[in-house]
Structure formats: C-alpha cells, structure tokens
Design a protein around this ligand. Structure first.
Ligand SMILES: Nc1ncnc2c1ncn2[C@@H]1O[C@H](COP(=O)(O)OP(=O)(O)OP(=O)(O)O)[C@@H](O)[C@H]1O
Ligand SMILES: [Mg+2]
Length: 507
C-alpha cells in the first residue's frame, strides 16, 4: 500500500504545525522521519492516522483520495500508529489493552479474553515481542509497555505502521531486536514510518529519510549517502557538536550519601539491593545499566517518591531518608524524572503553572494564600526562552507542547533554580540533537558550579559523555565502578558489566 500526502496543512490556533507538506510512503520501505522538537512530525502522523483532520491538503492511498473521520477509519484503511506517549490503560492487562476497541466476543457479546490472550501470545512469538498477556500494564517497565503498543498495531493487521519514537524507551539490546521486527515487516511488504531523534538508528534502518523543520519538509536524504553531521544540520539549521566540554575535575565535599539502600517491589521482589553511593560537589556520577535493574527505584528513593525499605540517604549532612519531596526540593535537590508525563508535568496545567510547581509557595510567588501571577508568568517566560521551550505562549497547556518541548519544560523548571544536587533520569529522552547538546551543556554547567549530579540513563553514550565516575547497576546491585575523570572509559567494559559479566572487567 502506497500513500501520498499532498499539501498537508494543520494549524493549532496561531501555530502552523504542518505547512503544505508533501510526503510519499511506500510499501516495502522504511521511511525515516527526522526533525527538531516541535517540527511537526507527530502532528503529521496524527493526521495520517485519522486523529486530526488536516486544514488543507489531501491523503491518497494507492492513488485514491481518502478522508478519515477518525482513527477508526484509518485503522480500517490499514494505517496503524504507535504513539510517542503511551496510550495504554494502566489498570488493564496486556490482553485487555490490545483488544480495546475491537474486542473479540463470544455468543451474546461476552468478551472472549481467552482468544485475545492466545492471539497476543501468537503475535509475541511471531515477532519476538514476548509479553505476559495477563500482566497489568502499570506493573510493566516502559520498555515492555512499548512492546504492547506495537503488538496492538500488529493485532489490527496494519499495512502501514507509523512508529513515533518507538526506540526512545528501549535498551540498545531491545532496539536491535526491534529492528529485526521492523525489517521483517518491511520485507513482508508493509510500509513503515519511523520517527526518531537518534541519527545512528535512522541511518541503520531507513531506506529513505525526510527532514522536517518548522512545519515544512526541508530536505530528503539517502541513508547510504549522508552522515550524522549532515542530518543534524538539516534538522536544526546549524552545525551541532556531539562532544561535551567540561572544566577539569575538581570534586568537593560529599553532598549525597547513600548507604545500604534497599527497596522491595510491591510484588515483594528485591529491586534495590544494598546500594551505597556517594556523589560529591562538582562531580557527575553516571548510573549505567539496562533498564529494569533497579535504577528507577533508586532514583525514586533518593528523590522521595518512594520509601526505601532499608538504608539511609544523607543530603548535605542531613538524613533525608524520610523527608518529604518538598523538603528535598527546598534543600536544593532538583529532579528530572524518567517519565515526563507521569511525574514531570501536569498536562492540563499551563506552562507557567508547571514551571512553578515546586516553588509557587515561596515568598516571591505567594502573597498569603494567593499567588502572585505576574511573578509566575515572568519566571516561566524567562525559563522558556533560556531553555528554548517552543511555545507561542506560557499560557498554553503543557499537553499542547510537542514531546521534546515537554521534556525541555521539565528540565527548565529543575535547572533554573539554585540547586545543590541534581538527580536526572533519562534527561534527554526524546530531545533533538540540538537540544541534547544544550541540556548536556546545562548539566555540565551545574556540575562546574559545584552541584553534585546523579544521572541515570539507558543511553550508554550519554553516560560516557557526561560522567566523571560511572557505576553499573545489575539486578539491583552496583556491580562495577569506573573512573572517568582521567580519560574515556572503555565502552565495552561498561557494556559487559551491564550484561552482568562484571567479573570479566574487575581485573
Ligand atoms: N494539541 C495541540 N494543541 C496545540 N498545539 C499543538 C498541539 N499538538 C501539537 N501542537 C503544536 O504543533 C507543533 C508541532 O508539534 P509536534 O508534536 O507535531 O512536533 P514533533 O515534531 O512531533 O516534536 P517532538 O520531536 O518534540 O515530538 C508544536 O509547536 C506544538 O506545540
Ligand atoms: Mg513528536
């Protein structure tokens, strides 16, 4: 099935998200779609998947114009989309989510979950996407939730698969497995649109590349001809540096002291197992590891989102093991959470309100029980400019921002304050190369100013680029430590430790 988009224009108020876009999507091909945060990628794909109707322009399937009244029409036409942010129901099981909207029924409309379960297993087996059909979504790590989203589209036998940043939450290992699936789908004649900010991925998997900037197509690339540097420049309109500049390593006193930290999951499994770790002033400690090895729970315990079951956390000389989140903020702890939509922002609040979430009660913003709105607006306007949060107004709702700009909003709120310790989980997830460059610069700046920084990232390259010291978590424990202050650390050695083979690198 071939698709032609012709002259697609989509506006949101004064924002022209898509401005006369022409694009061809062909059967048996992977089309890589690149573009900076807010360029209009998700909007264009939401138009193609029937979620939005375009203000102008036409969609043609195999030469025939179509009009979609909603996602149901697009699905019926064979177009399925895996969205950038999960659209799963947390309290439902995997099977229930997969069949949501197209439930197979037995006689008399009784929901036939057994059939659904079996089909979920079959799809899992066929494409290497194993998940337990009976697991509750809320109990699954993000990487597995992503698989469920993909199964959901495959379950609807789509001929065109739109994948909006599917790899943003996957581990390198999972990305490779995922590419195997993508290739087999392509070889089976499906058309695939693949959106990512990772240039190496797009060069590996795409057959053609199209680049969007500010709502328009700014160029096309042949993956065999272009390199990452050229793609980056096509995206952001200027050269981008992939290296991080840091001042010489000069650590000060210990700011964060984690001792014997232990956390059990709700299920009773031990997930953080006796972790001890120091973070000093002027130091970036990177926690490497395959997602799901306790890093998330470590961060939650340190930032106060979760009570540890054992151990202590000392912050700047004070025991904060049981301190509230607000106390930790007030003491100078900044937190960039791994899941921006769950714990980073409130989508229905405006950008200004989101920027003030952890300081609205301070004297400069509060007059008794009332909020000094002019001060709040002034703060957010400044932060939005400083951190390049692309929005026509700070009075827009956070959910109206593109995914990467939501991330920049969180980073802006956390890094614009005077802090002592920054705890950052996946700080650049979903950001374009230009924004990654900028955020890395800000994190290093915080460290150079004397902050202690604890970074958790499943991007090994990010850990290697930023860290002064690297620890590797595996099955809840710290299994290896590398000094990165004197020169680059061996990527392979860290990779081995991440796979639980630390004895081989201990030497
Ligand atoms: N529902 C909406 N209401 C108002 N504005 C919106 C809405 N959805 C998107 N926009 C705006 O349209 C523009 C394009 O956003 P879009 O989400 O398509 O970008 P994107 O290329 O997918 O970016 P990212 O890489 O950050 O995901 C942005 O300026 C965004 O703020
Ligand atoms: Mg997007």
């Amino acid at each position: 099935m071939d698709i032609e988009l012709r002259g697609i224009t989509k506006r949101f108020g004064s924002v022209v998200a898509n401005d006369g876009i022409d694009l061809d999507i062909r059967a048996g091909e992977v089309l890589g779609l690149l573009g900076e945060n807010g360029a209009g990628k998700s909007t264009l794909m939401n138009v193609l998947s029937g979620l939005y109707s375009p203000d102008e322009g036409e969609i043609r399937i195999d030469g025939k114009p179509v009009a979609f009244g909603g996602p149901g029409d697009a699905i019926a036409a064979g177009i399925g989309m895996v969205h950038q942010h999960f659209m799963l129901v947390p309290v439902f099981t995997v099977a229930e989510n997969v069949i949501l909207g197209i439930e197979p029924t037995q006689r008399l409309d009784y929901l036939d979950l057994n059939t659904a379960r079996r089909q979920v297993r079959e799809i899992g087996d066929t494409y290497g996407l194993e998940v337990d059909p009976d697991a509750l979504i809320e109990d699954l790590p993000v990487g597995i939730q992503q698989r469920v989203e993909i199964i959901k589209v495959l379950f609807r036998s789509a001929d065109v698969l739109i994948l909006d940043e599917p790899t943003a939450v996957l581990t390198p290992q999972e990305v490779e497995e995922f590419f195997v699936i993508v290739r087999s789908l392509r070889d089976a004649g499906k058309a695939i649109v693949f959106i990512t900010h990772k240039l190496d991925e797009i060069l590996e998997i795409a057959d053609r590349i199209s680049v969007l900037r500010a709502g328009r197509i700014t160029g096309h690339g042949d993956p065999k001809q272009v390199n990452e540097q050229q793609l980056a420049e096509m995206m952001v309109g200027r050269p981008v540096s992939f290296d991080v500049d840091k001042a010489p390593f000069a650590p000060g006193q210990v700011l964060l002291e984690i001792r014997g930290l232990t956390v059990y999951r709700e299920s009773g499994d031990l997930i953080v197992d006796d972790v001890s770790l120091d973070v000093r002033s002027g130091e970036i400690v990177g926690v490497a590891g395959v997602q799901g090895n306790g890093q998330s729970q470590l961060v939650e315990a340190v930032t106060g989102l979760r009570r540890p079951d054992g151990g202590t956390i000392i912050f700047d000389g004070r025991d904060i093991t049981r301190a509230s989140v607000r106390d930790r903020h007030a003491m100078g702890m900044a937190h960039i959470p791994e899941d921006r939509q769950r714990t980073g922002i409130i989508g229905d609040f405006t950008i200004a309100e989101n920027m003030a979430l952890n300081n609205y009660y301070e004297d400069r913003f509060a007059a008794g029980p009332a909020i000094r709105w002019p001060a709040v607006f002034e703060q957010s306007a400044r932060n939005a400019v400083d951190f390049d949060v692309r929005t026509p107004s700070v009075h827009a709702k956070a959910f109206q921002l593109s995914g990467g700009n939501q991330q920049k909003l969180v980073v802006a709120r956390e890094l614009s304050r005077d802090t002592k310790v920054l705890v950052a989980a996946q700080p650049t997830r979903g950001l374009d190369v230009g924004s990654v460059e900028y955020i890395h610069g800000r994190i290093v700046h915080a460290r150079d100013e004397g902050d202690g920084v604890l970074i958790v990232s499943s991007e090994l390259d990010e850990i290697l680029a930023l860290s002064d010291r690297i620890v590797v978590m595996f099955k809840g424990r710290i299994v290896a430590e590398f000094d990165a202050s004197k020169g680059p650390v061996d990527r392979n050695a860290v990779g081995l430790a991440m796979a639980g083979r630390s004895q081989e690198v201990a030497a």
